[in-house]
Design a protein around this ligand. Structure first.
Ligand SMILES: *Cc1c(COP(=O)(O)O)cnc(C)c1O
Length: 359
């Protein structure tokens, strides 16, 4: 019997990445995440013949898609002889940065906005042993400090998505979707924060088309949170606010990449309210058994909105990216999950539980 060992994205797509034989790949076997059909969701959208798939990125080694870019950025930092990898983060980048730095034998420094990090993400950075600096400011301020630090010395490798290897690594998500479907999706939905991921997916699809792996490109739909929607408003904002902390960003670093994806694909970048995000978040867990974090549900909230606006095409194959795992943010999960929860306290007694069940 042949043994199928899992590999990370740099090995899976080694020829596309053009890596030398002795390239120091730092991997936790990220990627190859499932593309899960969502039939109940598709049915409730009432579009004829619609097929909906969820790309569940929460199953990456540190629980978010950030691992795809981090494997490459940290490998390159190692190849370049850096001592520290540093990043600004709303949480998931710091978790991935800390894990891959440890894996590489490098030190990690993460700068996070004080008090705005979901509990699961903070616990990861602590456990992987990163040095954590909390600033009394927001993500955008943290990122500009990290940029400046990175310019001071080559000992510090910046692994935010301004690092081109991050975007390169994240293109692998697009390739996996096309490999699984045997074609490109027709319409594609994704949350947008710093806009690195939508930029990466679009480039990934374009590259696959250029080498003849697919013969069409998807229409790209990106969704920001209404309180943090600079790309929709057309200008940066100073005080972004949303329950979806992973996309609480007022000045996206990959602004131009997001606009290119939208324009070149005939798609759109729109916003969804926190109420719409939390409703999609709850609906995915309740009706599809898929638990993602709030920011991830912006793609599905966007799908509902696009359906209501008549923008979904009959018989289309639609993919929604679920960027991170629901376990990342237990506070929001408990808040939202309590609504309509089936939860009672009973004595430790078989009969009491049997009568509760109506048996
Ligand atoms: C980072 C992140 C996003 C936003 O991705 P960008 O590339 O910054 O647009 C969305 N959801 C989750 C869970 C994230 O960690």
């Amino acid at each position: 019997m042949m043994m199928m060992m899992s590999v990370g994205i740099l090995d899976r797509y080694r020829s596309l990445y053009n890596l030398a034989d002795d390239y120091p790949v730092v991997s936790l076997h990220e990627g190859s995440t499932p593309l899960i059909p969502a039939q109940r969701l598709a049915k409730c959208l009432r579009v004829e013949g619609l097929k909906v798939f969820l790309k569940y990125e929460g199953l990456n080694p540190t629980g978010s898609f950030k691992d795809r870019g981090m494997t490459y950025a940290v490998s390159q930092a190692k190849a370049d002889g850096a001592e520290y990898v540093i990043c600004a983060s709303t949480g998931n980048t710091s978790a991935a940065c800390a894990a891959y730095a440890t894996r590489a034998g490098l030190k990690a420094l993460v700068i996070i906005p004080e008090g705005k990090i979901a509990l699961g993400k903070l616990s990861q950075a602590l456990m992987y042993g990163a040095t954590i600096v909390e600033i009394s400011g927001n993500f955008d301020q943290a990122l500009s400090i990290v940029r400046e630090l990175g310019e001071m010395t080559p000992k510090l490798a910046v692994v935010n998505s301004i690092n081109p290897y991050r975007i390169e690594g994240q293109k692998s998500g697009a390739w996996e979707i096309c490999d699984d479907l045997g074609k490109a999706p027709d319409q594609f939905f994704i949350p947008v924060g710093n806009a690195g991921n939508i930029t990466a997916y679009w480039r990934g699809f374009e590259q696959y088309k250029a080498i003849g792996k697919i013969d069409s490109l998807p229409q790209m739909f990106g969704y920001q949170a209404a309180g943090a929607a600079p790309l929709v408003l057309g200008h940066p904002i100073d005080n972004p606010e949303t329950v979806a902390t992973a996309i609480r960003i007022g000045k996206p670093a990959s602004w131009d990449g997001a606009i290119t994806a939208k324009t070149a694909s005939g798609g759109q970048i729109d916003s969804v309210t926190d109420a719409e995000i939390l409703s999609a978040y709850h609906c995915l867990a309740r009706h599809e058994g898929v638990f993602c974090e709030p920011a991830s549900a912006a793609s599905v909230a966007g799908l509902f909105k696009a359906a209501a606006e008549g923008k979904l095409k009959p018989h289309a194959t639609v993919v929604c990216i679920l960027t991170g795992n629901g376990l990342k943010d237990p506070d929001n999960a408990i808040d939202v999950g309590m609504k309509g929860a089936n939860r009672v306290a009973l004595p430790p007694d078989r009969q009491a539980i049997a009568s509760f069940l109506g048996l």
